[in-house]
Design a protein around this ligand. Structure first.
Ligand SMILES: Nc1nc2c(c(=O)[nH]1)N[C@H]1C(S)=C(S)[C@@H](COP(=O)(O)OP(=O)(O)OC[C@H]3O[C@@H](n4cnc5c(=O)[nH]c(N)nc54)[C@H](O)[C@@H]3O)O[C@H]1N2
Ligand SMILES: Nc1nc2c(c(=O)[nH]1)N[C@H]1C(S)=C(S)[C@@H](COP(=O)(O)OP(=O)(O)OC[C@H]3O[C@@H](n4cnc5c(=O)[nH]c(N)nc54)[C@H](O)[C@@H]3O)O[C@H]1N2
Ligand SMILES: [Mo]
Length: 697
């Protein structure tokens, strides 16, 4: 390939964090491929390689837009930057003057969340904190349940592994994890493929025959969504029954296991968690559960890699607690080739590198992310801290991605002012008063923290910004200047000076080598969380009341959870007999790229349904079906397939909605069907615990 090669990395909430090379010819990016310095296991994916399609998309916003029609109508006029910035500054000042700090809600998304400088989340929070305060969303859509509960069990949420340690695994359990598509670290997929090639069993526990089952798996074990805790309890039952619990490990490293044992045996509730008990809940045959338990209980080390899916469910907190309990009971926690059972994605420290500081929020108003539309619509009368009058949206498309899309639209329609920075007129942008055109990662320099792994990436500016697009940092600088806190926001630093400042406060010894190669490796590439604790529990106790893995947690029970993890399943509802899952697409990062035909054609939006559910409903592949939940209606084509369990239907998340005259979405936008009711006590989202009915349209 001729042209200049420039190290880049998607600063995206994409699952990876991959060393890439952009080729630039005649001032245009002609190709993106892997940076060979990443080594054989570090490979990018289609969403990074094809990013130029977004940079040069015909519908990219290249001028500020000011709304001229009703919110959501898509009627805007183009404006010059000074006019748009003046208006945003003026409206923010007015709203805050009239309604106080906290009346502006920061929808500060993680879309470009991995940059030391261009972090959509950190820049937005920094700006609004210096403005005087804001309403802040807490937790994320991704992993709020796990992040909430894991510290009660492990004393930290950093329970990850470096993917290279999978070379020591003898068994890999992808539990609700579809790493073929979602990556969960740049190397994870390639390391598991290598393990499979050397004869390691890779068991995938998933309601769907996912890409990971097809490409990485040696066995698919179907389970109904939201029932993983029951399956895990039944595995413990088999281990207790067959003497497969590693008693020495349990006693040395954990506290409270006898209470869990009593629960598994049914001594506390009269219900032994036998495989037959689990079969009725999970739809997984009892003999399959016994086989899985025996294989898992007798193969060491076993790496249990949970997806985030298992905790975006009702009771998702306890699926994580039980996954940890399984790794303790089998003696796999903290061992090379094993894992903690807690989430692994991005759950180990990065090499030391400073990043954009975020001052404390003077308003202190916090809202669990899944409840933001409720907070806007109901304010203090709904138990929320403050009346929200404006929304500042950067790096998120929460009208599409938040739960209960109709409610999110109502929330946007209610506020006095809404502003957003983005590349395209997303459904969220359409509901804003001002839309400011942002740059992509290919148009700016940054240091990127990958999604797991002991390395850092330098992403050089490959091409100048498309005319008129501006970095989020620059947009905020200009606004801060207008609002009188320009020097507090920038601290007098240009973008280059911030990067130099971060690098000066880092462990990277040779900045120029880092810039040129695009990658800096930390010292140890074989980290397993809690290995120091397992090596010497006396010298390295966990930060829990017992200093050990807290299987039983009275502190957690005081928050409204149960002291011992248990199975909590969304009750059935005869009106909505099917369970809907909304997995992450391969060809999109959430809603990104849904506006680009090339990506859309690769992965059509369709409802996957099992023949056992389709036949009685008279549904054949290609038929239009109407999917209904209490929240809304979606009409799209069905695909009848045995790649999904009976009783479960699947619709990929991330499609932009398109409503017909009677309010039915005809694009297949998953959150038309979801609800903002959280799982408790974490107040986290439950997008994989949704009940629907499906009929032929
Ligand atoms: N039903 C259902 N819903 C879900 C999920 C699910 O599994 N099922 N998953 C949830 C999860 S885990 C997550 S993390 C959320 C994600 O929710 P979002 O973060 O809202 O997802 P994206 O669609 O990636 O939206 C990011 C937006 O930021 C823009 N953007 C990207 N980079 C930049 C930048 O540098 N600057 C600016 N200004 N804008 C930028 C993109 O163009 C895009 O419009 O969705 C959640 N929603
Ligand atoms: N290509 C791509 N990669 C991504 C993203 C993306 O949008 N696109 N998003 C990134 C982000 S922000 C996140 S948070 C992660 C999300 O990572 P995950 O949450 O792990 O991803 P999902 O696709 O929601 O679910 C993974 C698998 O779990 C299955 N599943 C669903 N519900 C259940 C359940 O209750 N139990 C079990 N056992 N399995 C279940 C699904 O069928 C799917 O195959 O992915 C990251 N990677
Ligand atoms: Mo996420």
């Amino acid at each position: 390939m001729s042209g200049r090669s420039i190290p880049v990395s998607c600063n995206k909430d994409c699952g990876g964090g991959c060393p890439l090379l952009a080729t630039v010819e005649d001032g245009r990016i002609s190709h993106i491929g892997n940076n060979p310095l990443g080594g054989q296991f570090q490979t990018g994916c289609v969403r990074g390689y094809e990013m130029p399609r977004a940079v040069y998309a015909p519908d990219r916003i290249l001028k500020p837009l000011m709304r001229t029609g009703p919110r959501g109508s898509g009627q805007f006029r183009e404006a010059e930057w000074p006019e748009a910035l003046d208006l945003v500054a003026q409206r923010l000042a007015e709203v805050q003057g009239a309604h106080g700090p906290g009346s502006i809600l920061a929808l500060a998304g993680f879309a470009s969340g991995r940059g030391a400088l261009h972090s959509t989340q950190r820049l937005t929070k920094r700006f609004l904190a210096l403005l005087g305060g804001y309403s802040e969303i807490t937790g994320g859509y991704s992993s709020a349940a796990a992040d909430f509960v894991t510290p009660y069990v492990l004393g930290t949420s950093l329970g990850g592994i470096d993917a290279a340690t999978l070379q020591h695994a003898e068994l890999i359990l992808l539990w609700g994890a579809n790493v073929s598509d979602t990556r969960l670290g740049c190397e994870t997929n390639a390391r598991i493929l290598e393990a499979k090639r050397r004869g390691v069993e890779v068991i995938v526990v998933d309601p769907r025959r996912s890409a990971s089952v097809r490409k990485l798996g040696t066995r698919w074990i179907p389970v109904r969504p939201g029932t993983d805790a029951a399956l895990m309890l039944a595995i413990l039952y088999v281990w207790l029954d067959q003497g497969l619990v590693d008693r020495h490990f349990v006693e040395t490293y954990s506290d409270g296991f006898p209470a869990l044992e009593a629960h598994v045996l049914g001594q506390d509730d009269g219900s032994p968690k036998e495989p037959a008990w689990a079969e009725a809940l999970c739809g997984t045959p009892a003999e399959t559960i016994v086989e899985l338990a025996q294989q898992y209980g007798t193969t060491h080390p076993t790496a249990l890699i949970p997806g985030l899916s298992i905790q975006r469910t009702i009771g998702g907190e306890d699926a994580i607690r039980l996954a940890i309990a399984l790794q303790v009971a089998s003696g796999n926690l903290g061992r090379p080739g094993g894992s903690s059972g807690a989430l692994t994605w991005d759950k180990l420290p990065h090499p030391r590198m400073a990043r954009m500081p975020v001052p404390p929020n003077p308003a202190g108003a916090a809202i669990p992310v899944v409840r933001w539309p409720d907070a806007v619509l109901n304010g203090p009368s709904g138990g929320f801290p403050i009346s929200i009058k404006a929304i500042y949206n950067v790096g998120s498309n929460y009208v599409v991605q938040g739960s209960d899309l109709h409610k999110s639209i109502r929330a946007f329609q209610q506020v006095e002012f809404a502003v957003c920075h983005d590349y395209t007129l997303t459904p969220t942008a359409r509901h804003c008063d001002v839309v400011l055109p942002a740059t992509t990662f290919l148009e700016r320099d940054d240091i990127v923290f990958p999604g797991g792994g002991n390395y850092l990436l330098y992403s050089q500016r490959a091409v100048p910004p498309r005319p008129q697009a501006r970095d989020d940092y620059v947009i905020f600088c200009e606004l801060a200047e207008r609002l009188g806190f320009g020097s507090a926001f920038s601290e007098g630093r240009s973008r280059e000076e911030w990067l130099r400042h971060f690098l000066a406060n880092s462990e990277v010894p040779d900045v120029e080598v880092f810039r040129q190669t695009g990658i800096y490796w930390g010292a140890d590439q074989q980290r397993v969380a809690l290995s120091d604790f397992v090596g010497d529990p006396g010298a390295h106790p966990l930060d829990t009341p017992s200093g050990k893995v807290q299987i039983k947690s009275p502190a957690y029970a005081r928050l409204g959870g149960s002291a011992v993890p248990t199975s909590r399943i969304l009750p059935a509802d005869a009106r909505f007999p099917l369970r809907l899952i909304t997995p992450h697409p391969r060809f999109r990062t959430h809603s990104q790229y849904d506006n680009i035909a090339w990506f859309k054609e690769k992965e059509p939006q369709e409802l996957c349904i099992h023949p056992a559910d389709a036949t009685p409903r008279g549904i054949s592949s290609g038929d239009e079906v109407l999917i209904q939940s209490p929240q809304g209606r979606v009409r799209i084509p069905a695909r009848v397939t045995e790649d999904i369990m009976p009783g479960v239907v699947s619709l990929l998340e991330g499609a932009w909605p398109a409503f017909d005259a009677d309010g039915t979405d005809t694009a297949g936008s998953a959150n038309v069907l979801t609800s903002t009711e959280p799982t408790l006590p974490s107040q986290a989202t439950r997008t994989h615990s949704v009940l629907v009915e499906v009929e032929r349209a």
